[in-house]
Design a protein around this ligand. Structure first.
Ligand SMILES: Nc1nc2c(ncn2[C@@H]2O[C@H](COP(=O)(O)OP(=O)(O)OP(=O)(O)O)[C@@H](O)[C@H]2O)c(=O)[nH]1
Length: 390
């Protein structure tokens, strides 16, 4: 199949410009600095291709050396963007790529030097691109589906540039950069267009995926205590509740601070916030594995336990009550003690809904408040029910 190099270059210029613009516009909403590096990289590719067109007018220094240099620099910018995205510090040794490009200015003109030019150029681009793809490998926390795509696209692009060195090493292969002669140059132009589209698409995918995950994480958390909020609990509770059976009973503990208003009124809202954060931390520390906890709102928290028993519930409730009372008494003096009331429900069948379960906990909590606060009231709804108060 014959491809006219000048047409391919023109298509590349248009696509690279579009990708550069698109990534810059994306940056305006996402504000991920990597996007600016990538956008600049694509802008350089379009400038490089415009310079490459000048070869047909006989401007070989600009059309070959500068154009290829810009191609290396653009890949270097892609690499720098990936480093920024993955928060990896780049070694200054990578600037050597630019020095090598300048060194290539010393190469004499002529078709016989085209091979050396193409070899060095290809190896530099392969090295930079494959290294960038390695930065995107999963390490500890996953970078997400978008990053995996970009990783493989960059790897494929890098491997193509390694493959490009093979014809250079085969004696007698025709490679003339000045007149775009040689099969490998034509194949490169086609690969360039494909890589351009795939790389720019996966770059936006990578950044969007991370942003969506970040928004999802934020939406699930109460901003003050960083605990799950009600919505997040509703999403996670069914898995725990569906596993409830007479052999594996479940429990809900509804926890409410007593006389919390006095802390706010006498010591300020910030003092109240501090106490809420402290209670959140206590709950987090005391939470058995496999349980769920959330802040429902105001001074109300909830814990969902699996494999629960009356003893486990009272032990957990009493531990939190003691820890909280002593922390509150030491920090903020109030006319009435700032303590915890707990309403708990033990059940051995999956409840109709989380809301129904919370309602049951509310009834028990109300009983605890009415009984003088600073206590735990447990309603045992299992088949071998035995009311217990503390
Ligand atoms: N500092 C702070 N206060 C909050 C926050 N959310 C709700 N509150 C306050 O928490 C208090 C909750 O009211 P109540 O539960 O009726 O007050 P209480 O004094 O604990 O009453 P009892 O539960 O009956 O003992 C109100 O004063 C709210 O203004 C918050 O995020 N930070």
């Amino acid at each position: 199949m014959a491809f006219d190099p000048l047409t391919m270059l023109t298509i590349t210029i248009a696509l690279a410009l579009a990708a550069s613009l698109y990534l810059a516009i994306e940056w305006q909403t996402v504000r991920e600095p990597a996007l600016l590096f990538w956008s600049a990289g694509f802008a350089l590719i379009s400038v490089g291709c415009i310079l490459a067109l000048l070869r047909s007018s006989g401007l070989l220094l600009v059309g070959i050396w500068f154009a290829n240099g810009l191609l290396i620099t653009s890949h270097w910018l892609f690499f720098a963007g990936v480093a920024r995205f993955t928060e990896v510090r780049l070694s200054r040794a990578w600037l050597l790529a630019v020095a090598i490009w300048f060194a290539m200015l010393l190469l004499p003109n002529g078709p016989e030097w085209s091979k050396i030019m193409l070899l060095v150029n290809s190896l530099l681009i392969a090295l930079i691109t494959i290294r960038a793809s390695f930065l995107l490998r999963p390490r500890g926390k996953s970078l997400g589906a978008g990053a995996a795509q970009l990783r493989f696209v960059l790897l494929g692009h890098g491997l193509f540039y390694i493959a490009k060195t093979i014809p250079v090493l085969v004696p007698g292969t025709l490679i003339d950069l000045a007149s775009f002669q040689g099969q490998i140059i034509k194949i490169s132009l086609v690969e360039g267009v494909m890589a351009l589209m795939l790389i720019s698409l996966s770059m936006t995918g990578t950044v969007r995926y991370r942003r969506e995950k970040r928004i999802e994480r934020l939406a699930a958390r109460d901003p003050l205590t960083a605990m799950y909020n009600r919505r997040a609990l509703e999403a996670r509770a069914p898995k725990l509740l569906d596993g409830v059976s007479p052999k594996h009973p479940g429990a809900l503990l509804l926890i409410d601070i007593d006389n919390f208003k006095q802390v706010n009124d006498l010591h300020g809202h910030a003092a109240g916030d501090k106490l809420l954060v402290a209670l959140g931390e206590m709950i987090r520390q005391a939470l058995p594995e496999g349980s769920l906890a959330a802040r429902l709102g105001g001074d109300e928290f909830v814990i969902l336990l699996r494999d629960a028993s009356p003893e486990r519930i009272t032990n957990l409730g009493d531990l939190l009550r003691q820890q909280f009372q002593s922390a509150a008494a030491q920090t903020f003096a109030t006319p009435e003690a700032v303590t915890l009331s707990v309403g708990a429900s033990l059940f051995d069948q999956p409840p109709a809904s989380l809301a129904a379960l919370i309602e049951q906990g509310d009834v028990a909590l109300y009983e605890s408040k009415r009984g003088g606060r600073d206590s735990i009231r447990l309603v045992d709804r299992t088949s071998n029910a035995e009311p217990l108060t503390g």
